[in-house]
Design a protein around this ligand. Structure first.
Ligand SMILES: Cc1cc2nc3c(=O)[nH]c(=O)nc-3n(C[C@H](O)[C@H](O)[C@H](O)COP(=O)(O)OP(=O)(O)OC[C@H]3O[C@@H](n4cnc5c(N)ncnc54)[C@H](O)[C@@H]3O)c2cc1C
Length: 360
């Protein structure tokens, strides 16, 4: 914490001019405009985080085998193991496309500065949402290893919590953005695929909130506090999901990754899709299963293309890193003795797991 006592500041230390502004709030937003650069820059960190979770999850799940000593198989064969890894992999590719689009828009000075600020807020909200979900999903499937800071995931998760708050707390940003859109001050760039599931979801949520705000006396009323604020972040995330979809389609992201991302986004608000898009529970599950079946054979290639292995320090990803890690531990010796009573057989890779390993 930095504090000052009786320090005479030069005129140049002040942000903005000494003139009393006509509007204090607008003036504050003007002089702190560079915070928005921080909002978007911090959001960008979520991409390498997601790529790291996909890489750690894949490598660990290929290395960790179960079964009898003569019949050992990698845990990657289980759909329960594949699901969070495939999900964060799809999110990483989608967010890469969103990142390019969002930065392009943000740098376009022809756009209203409030819209550019809104894009930064939406971008950060979805980046944080997907990376935190990806971290929990993958680290939980690494068993006890997922808990250790030296396996990177819990440390990155905590760092991302700080990012969610710094340079604009996501909830605060969401409340402001949604309120200002609802009272008609400005609008976000519209979808280029307005009939897509995610665009319809975004439009549907907005319609509900618009109906609510039209029925209340003022945008600062207690009804807004109770009825709009709790939905603001989900509304912003829905905008981000749609923007990610549009950006990924335009950037030519592999269709199976887009399909998996959409299936995962549907799971975030399944009742809406059941009520409004004729997508019942079974149809939602089928969408996800089909998309995962298509992404799985590509997993090794997708992880290799992420190219983050040089930055992975988690010792669970390879025998070499694990041996070095074990070798670095303090040794306590005793006299205990156990007879070896089993021969260990070779690891048996299922075709799916072998496909991932051979492309990694
Ligand atoms: C990693 C990190 C780095 C930081 N770096 C800096 C730095 O370099 N310089 C600096 O000055 N500050 C820095 N900060 C501080 C940061 O700006 C504040 O933490 C942030 O603005 C949130 O304020 P707060 O922590 O006081 O939380 P609070 O504002 O007390 O928030 C507490 C809770 O109240 C909610 N809340 C607050 N206001 C509203 C509202 N109007 N409506 C509804 N809910 C609301 C929040 O969403 C949150 O859930 C950093 C913070 C972090 C985590």
């Amino acid at each position: 914490m930095t504090t000052f006592h009786n320090v005479r500041l030069p005129y140049s230390a002040l942000l903005g001019s000494l003139q009393k502004p006509a509007n204090f709030h607008t003036n504050l937003m003007d002089i702190i405009w560079r915070i928005t650069i921080g909002t978007i820059a911090l959001g960008c960190l979520a991409l390498p985080f997601m790529q790291s979770y996909a890489t750690i999850g894949t490598m660990y799940s290929l290395r960790r085998c179960i079964g009898s000593p003569a019949n050992r198989m990698p845990i990657l064969q289980f759909r329960t193991q594949q699901a969070p890894i495939l999900s964060v992999t799809a999110s990483a590719y989608m967010m890469q496309a969103l990142q390019r689009w969002a930065i392009e828009q943000f740098c376009d000075e022809r756009l209203d500065s409030r819209v550019r600020h809104g894009i930064a807020a939406i971008f950060k909200a979805v980046m944080v949402q997907h990376t935190q979900a990806g971290c929990m999903g993958v680290s939980e499937r690494c068993g006890a290893q997922g808990l250790f800071a030296h396996n990177q995931m819990t440390a990155l998760h905590n760092e991302m919590r700080g990012i969610a708050i710094a340079e604009g707390d996501i909830l605060g940003l969401s409340i402001r953005l949604v309120t200002e859109i609802l009272i008609g001050r400005y609008e976000m760039p519209p979808s280029i695929n307005p009939t897509s599931l995610l665009a319809r979801h975004e439009a549907g949520l907005f319609k509900e909130l618009r109906e609510t705000i039209a029925s209340v006396p003022h945008h600062r009323s207690s009804e807004v506090n109770r009825l709009i604020l709790p939905h603001s972040q989900a509304m912003v995330e829905a905008m981000g999901h749609r923007m990610a979809y549009d950006a990924a389609v335009a950037a030519g992201v592999r269709p199976c990754l887009i399909d998996l991302y959409v299936a995962n986004a549907v799971k975030l608000d399944p009742a809406w899709y059941a009520e409004n898009a004729h997508l019942g529970r079974r149809a939602q599950a089928d969408m996800e299963t089909k998309a995962m079946d298509e992404v799985l054979p590509l997993l090794g290639t997708l992880v290799r293309e992420m190219d983050v292995i040089p930055y992975i320090t988690a010792p669970i990803v390879s025998d070499e890193l694990w041996s070095a890690f074990v070798g670095s531990l303090q040794v306590f010796k005793g006299n205990g003795k156990v007879d070896v009573f089993h021969e260990q057989g070779p690891d048996l890779f299922t075709p799916d797991a072998e496909m991932v390993r051979s492309h990694l």
